[in-house]
Design a protein around this ligand. Structure first.
Ligand code: DGL
Length: 272
């Protein structure tokens, strides 16, 4: 099992922020990444539909022989993590609980802001996860529907995105939050802009590092960490526009994104 890759998926390129953290922490591990860019963004979709996509992709990744799956999408985690866990034979980790834990540990005034897609905010998954750890924490959430589009276009700085981020974050700043959860795996790419708007007094929490640590612990405890001296391999797949996936993948992850394989929907098993 230790030679098997880790499977990671998102609705597009956002999950590459999680993949990058996993690559840094576990350089010996091979990874298969799937971006559902034909159907993303998921944020505006209905929760049952997102859940169906998440199950379909996880079952597909399992058919490729992965040893663990990371749902590197807050919308998909919020909508369908439990169902994916029920349907898969390998361990499945999501991104909401690690982010919630990081926020609860970091906040001093116990006022936590959460930004995410409409689906994530509507699901109240962060409220539940935060209150499971600190029932007295105050959680203020805000859906930021247009930010994913900025990131998917590669527009991560400049006056237009700054204006949009300020508009979304102003009400949270007024509530006095001292900790802000970036509840969408696309948002770490906007970190400098978000930091600029919120100022030094607010800590930003993104789940990528927390998730990478959890992947390591899960693999280590099961004895699944890869120990081979041969180099690790990265495989990228998407359901939609390959050229766009390569271009954005190179910007957001790096030169490791040499080639992206197109997989037709509905997903079936392709060669290992
Ligand atoms: N990156 C995703 C998330 O974490 C999804 C963005 C979207 O598909 O709307 O929610």
């Amino acid at each position: 099992m230790d030679e098997a890759p880790i499977g990671i998926f998102d609705s597009g390129v956002g999950g590459l922020t999680v993949m990058r953290a996993v690559m840094r922490r576990l350089p010996a591990e091979s990874i298969v990444y799937f971006g559902d860019n034909a159907r993303g963004p998921y944020g505006p979709r209905e929760i049952p539909e997102i859940r169906r996509f998440a199950v379909e992709i996880a079952v597909f990744l399992e058919s490729l022989g992965v040893k663990i799956i990371v749902v590197a999408c807050n919308s998909a985690t919020s909508a369908g993590l439990l169902e994916v866990q029920r349907r898969c034979g390998v361990p499945v980790l999501g991104v909401v609980e690690p982010g919630a834990r990081g926020a609860v540990q970091a906040t001093r005034n116990r006022r936590i802001g959460v930004i995410g897609t409409v689906a994530t905010v509507r699901s109240r998954a962060y409220q539940r996860a935060i209150h499971a750890l600190d029932a007295g924490a105050h959680v203020h959430s805000r859906a930021c529907p247009t930010l994913v589009d900025f990131v998917e276009r590669g527009e991560v700085k400049g006056p237009r995105v700054e204006k949009e981020v300020s508009r979304y974050l102003a009400p949270l700043a007024r509530r006095g939050v001292d900790t802000l959860v970036l509840g969408c795996t696309h948002y770490p790419l906007l970190r400098p802009v978000i930091e600029g708007v919120m100022g030094d007094g607010v800590r930003l929490i993104s789940s990528d590092e927390e998730v990478a640590r959890e992947v390591e612990e899960n693999l280590a405890r099961r004895g699944y960490l890869r120990e081979s001296s041969r180099p690790s391999a990265y495989r990228f797949m998407c359901s939609g526009d390959v050229e766009q996936a390569v271009a954005l993948g190179r910007i957001f992850l790096g030169p490791e994104v040499e080639k992206v394989e197109k997989v037709e929907l509905p997903l079936g098993s392709v060669g290992r």
